[in-house]
Design a protein around this ligand. Structure first.
Ligand code: CAA
Length: 380
């Protein structure tokens, strides 16, 4: 497998790094403390083409490949994991699904403004009682003339209070399990659609996570995404792509923590020399370095398999599982290397540690990734 970066990918990495270090780094700590959504940064990310990087140019996107997409999310998350998840959800869970399954009319109306950053999107699968068991949805949809009537609630919705377009999964027939699930595009100003409580979180605090309510919410049936009976496979296929994004977010957190640890180890003097001269520190850095490289290769394996048109279900699950563990490992070691300074908010590593945890939870917990991999192994 060839893992050489193209000139375009290298240029993208430099562009994203410049943006992250000049713009995101300035107020990442303050936004985290104040749980403040990065509205101006997201606007700039849209102008730079970061919100629909892989979408075809005719629909407002950058037409780039999945390795480039991974580079984008890694570089954002290396400085601010919040920006990483906002972009990942819009690019993968929203734009990718609309491009893959949408009609031309849906692409013109919804995809173009989402891909060019004029609007923001959210993916609404989880519910208070439906997390890992994603097909057991309680939110219902029923036909009424040419409309759907949606009733129920969603929770843990990333970009929830800030979006204009919501990709909503609801069941038309609970008794038929996942075959009853439909995928419906709901616009923010639809009567009966309400934004609920904004969550207070351990990490990625400046990203926005909330519940949503649907009460007799009337949506035209022309807003059905994909063939009606394929709602659940749409969720699963979109999540396969989303998991490459979250794996890249985890990689970015790991790299951010690693870079901070290396700098600190070179500066911090104890026992008359920089702590980097101590083998105990070198061994920690070595373990971080190896895991980061392994995570990156697993992500690029998933990205390349996807771009070759293959089934990348297992590859994306492997990448997300391992990259999330790597983020936790590296953030923990970075705090350890910083000692007492790692535990206070003057240094970014405590934020990396808090941000890392969510990568083991959302878009399928690590246990769900193992289930997907285990089933794949047994199918062979
Ligand atoms: N890719 C493609 N298709 C898949 C799939 C995958 N990864 N997983 C399941 N499917 C398909 C199956 O092939 C099957 O379809 P067919 O019968 O046509 O073959 C159908 O979906 C049902 O599959 P299963 O019988 O395997 O269903 P299950 O209930 O036993 O298991 C599951 C499904 C894998 C546990 C699934 O529910 C799952 O992935 N759960 C995790 C949910 C999740 O990731 N939620 C994330 C919420 S969004 C989020 O987190 C966003 C954010 O905030 C950033």
């Amino acid at each position: 497998m060839d893992f050489q970066y193209s000139e375009e990918q290298q240029l993208l990495r430099q562009t994203v790094r410049d943006f992250a270090e000049k713009e995101l780094a300035k107020d990442a700590r303050e936004r985290d403390a104040a749980e403040k959504f990065p509205t101006q940064h997201v606007k700039k990310m849209g102008e730079l083409g970061f919100m629909g990087l892989q979408i075809a140019p005719e629909w407002g996107g950058g037409g780039m490949d999945t390795v480039a997409y991974s580079i984008l999310i890694e570089e954002l998350s290396r400085v601010d994991a919040t920006a990483g998840v906002i972009a990942s959800v819009n690019n993968s869970l929203v734009c990718y699904g609309l491009e893959k399954y949408g009609t031309d009319a849906q692409k013109a109306k919804f995809l173009r403004p989402l891909a060019n950053g004029k609007k923001l999107g959210a993916f609404c699968l989880s519910e208070p009682a439906t997390g890992s068991d994603a097909s057991a949805l309680q939110t219902t949809c029923r036909k009424d003339g040419d409309d759907w009537i949606v009733d129920g609630s969603k929770n843990f919705i990333t970009n929830g209070t800030q979006s204009q377009v919501y990709i909503v999964f609801a069941t038309e027939d609970k008794s038929s399990g996942y075959a009853g699930v439909r995928c419906i595009i709901v616009e923010r100003d639809t009567p009966g659609f309400k934004i609920g409580r904004k969550e207070k979180k351990l990490g990625i605090r400046s990203s926005d996570t909330c519940s949503l309510m649907f009460e007799n919410c009337r949506v035209p049936q022309s807003n059905t995404l994909g063939p009606a009976e394929k709602g659940f496979p749409i969720a699963m296929n979109v999540l396969n792509k989303g998991r490459i994004g979250i794996a890249s977010q985890a990689l970015g957190i790991a790299v951010g923590a690693f870079d901070a640890a290396v700098s600190y180890a070179k500066e911090r003097v104890q026992f008359g020399k920089p702590i980097a001269a101590q083998q105990a520190i070198q061994f920690m850095l070595a373990e971080m370095d190896v895991r980061i490289h392994a995570a990156r290769y697993l992500i690029y394996d998933a990205a390349n398999t996807k771009d070759r048109g293959g089934d990348f279900t297992m590859q994306s699950a492997r990448a997300k599982l391992f990259a999330a563990e790597t983020a936790m490992f590296c953030a923990d070691k970075a705090v350890q290397i910083h000692g007492g300074y790692g535990y206070i908010k003057d240094y970014p590593v405590e934020r990396f540690l808090r941000d890392a945890k969510i990568t083991e939870i959302y878009e399928g917990t690590s246990e769900i990734q193992k289930l997907v991999i285990g089933r794949g192994v047994l199918k062979k």
